[in-house]
Design a protein around this ligand. Structure first.
Ligand code: ATP
Length: 421
């Protein structure tokens, strides 16, 4: 026993040593989650004006509640703070309204995840704690249930439909009209007020002119951030999430100048924060307590704009769409080829599903997912011309690096499986 214990203690000493060394490494982050994209900060530097605009649109809820059903459209490029602005506004407005004795609720629906009218309304009901039966109701019946529930409790709600262009594209103009309908005739409808978030109002071009005109008259447009604004945002978020001394103004300025709209960057706060996060992680992994400019350079290379724009586009994709994208990336790396046939992607997808313990979808669904990835520009597809046995769909990715993308997809899929998404 003692001998085997002796060997075990030697191994234990090694594992124990490894863990002790890891634990003794200096930490850069005092709170990683407050740097994560989902985190909603207390303040939003450089979005004060837009916060005031939103407040003025919804002021009736604490002066003449029920007088109108407001609809506002927030637009802006990726990473300009549309989601954060709506959530911070929803959180603080409802808190202040409640303090004044008005019952105002807030719900934030992600239309990338909930793409049909039925799912959008069901999610609204869920977030407002409306006791909605899980099946057997039409969208209209569920909508009426929510309105009556609010009416009985004399409550009003502000509902944000985020990534509204996905819902509009997939569900079509009738579904949009059902939600946006601008008539306020029936009093009951004034229980619900809406904020729509879309990257670009042009994407709503198919709306009927009345609806489109209405939304464009109630528009809050977020401009891309300048390098100075990004510097202030990075400083504010770093103070929240990283230990003092683990970064300095030179590091923040370097990132802000890379991403700042006035310096030719995307003006994208998510990208700037992602670079800071990756730079901090690599300094911490090397056992260093300070982020260097070299860490930032490496982080910028690893969060290339393409990878980042893809990561933003697929952040809320269904898990099997991600498994198919990962299969394409893996197969392109394995074969070294520039294009893949649908059949071989499907074969790889079945193997990838087995690896992650997921039940593979059938061919038609796989094809639909690939077309979806193609519609959103994440993959490129073309049908094979003559000279190939039978017609097949050829698939490729116009960007890289594939190894970085594979690592990113693996982490995203594991996180979604863990969260049961
Ligand atoms: N003014 C700001 N102050 C602090 N953090 C900000 C600010 N603007 C954006 N952020 C942060 O930057 C990240 C991106 O913001 P957000 O997700 O709101 O952008 P978005 O415009 O909704 O992007 P997308 O179009 O991809 O949804 C989030 O982590 C958010 O907390």
């Amino acid at each position: 026993m003692s001998e085997s214990f002796g060997v075990a203690s030697l191994e234990n000493k090694n594992t124990w040593k490894i863990i002790e060394e890891e634990l003794e490494k200096p930490s850069i982050f005092k709170s990683r989650e407050s740097l994560s994209p989902e985190y909603i900060p207390d303040q939003l530097p450089h979005r004060e004006k837009e916060l005031r605009e939103l407040t003025s649109y919804f002021k009736h809820l604490v002066t003449t509640p029920g007088s109108i059903s407001q609809r506002v459209l927030i637009t802006g490029r990726v990473g300009t703070g549309k989601t954060a602005l709506a959530k911070v506004f929803g959180r603080d407005f409802t808190r202040l309204a409640t303090e004044k004795g008005y019952k105002v609720r807030y719900a934030h629906v992600n239309c990338h995840r909930n793409r049909t009218l039925y799912n959008v309304i069901a999610d609204i009901g869920r977030q407002l704690d409306v006791p909605v039966p899980s099946r057997g109701l039409s969208s209209k019946e569920m909508y009426d249930l929510i309105l009556n529930y609010l009416d009985e409790r004399d409550e009003y709600a502000i509902i944000t439909l985020d990534e509204f262009h996905y819902f509009a594209n997939i569900s079509g103009p009738d579904a949009v009209y059902f939600i946006v309908r601008t008539y306020d005739a029936e009093e009951l409808f004034r229980r619900l007020n809406f904020i729509f978030i879309a990257i670009d109002p042009v994407k709503l071009g198919f709306l009927d002119p009345t609806t489109e005109g209405y939304l464009l008259r109630h528009l809050v447009k977020l401009n891309p951030y300048t390098s100075q604004q990004l510097f202030d945002i990075l400083k504010y978020r770093a103070e929240d999430s990283m230990y003092e001394g683990s970064y300095d103004d030179e590091v923040l300025r370097f990132i802000a100048d890379f991403e700042g709209w006035d310096k030719g960057g995307g003006g994208n706060a998510r990208h700037a924060l992602e670079i800071l996060h990756v730079a901090g992680s690599s300094a911490e992994a090397d056992g260093r307590s300070r982020i260097t400019i070299e860490d930032v350079r490496k982080a910028i290379m690893n969060t290339s704009r393409e990878i980042l724009s893809v990561s933003e586009a697929i952040r809320d994709s269904p898990i099997h769409e991600l498994l198919i994208l990962l299969s394409i990336v893996k197969l392109l790396r394995k074969t070294g080829r520039s294009e893949l046939k649908m059949g071989e992607v499907e074969e790889e997808y079945n193997a990838v599903c087995e690896f992650y313990g997921e039940v593979p979808r059938r061919h038609t669904q796989v094809y639909e997912y690939v077309m979806n990835l193609s519609r959103t520009g994440i993959v490129q597809t073309r049908s094979s011309g003559k000279g190939q046995r039978g017609r097949s769909t050829l698939i490729t990715l116009p960007y890289g690096p594939l190894d970085v993308l594979e690592k990113y997809l693996d982490e995203l899929i594991r996180k979604k499986i863990q969260l049961g998404l």
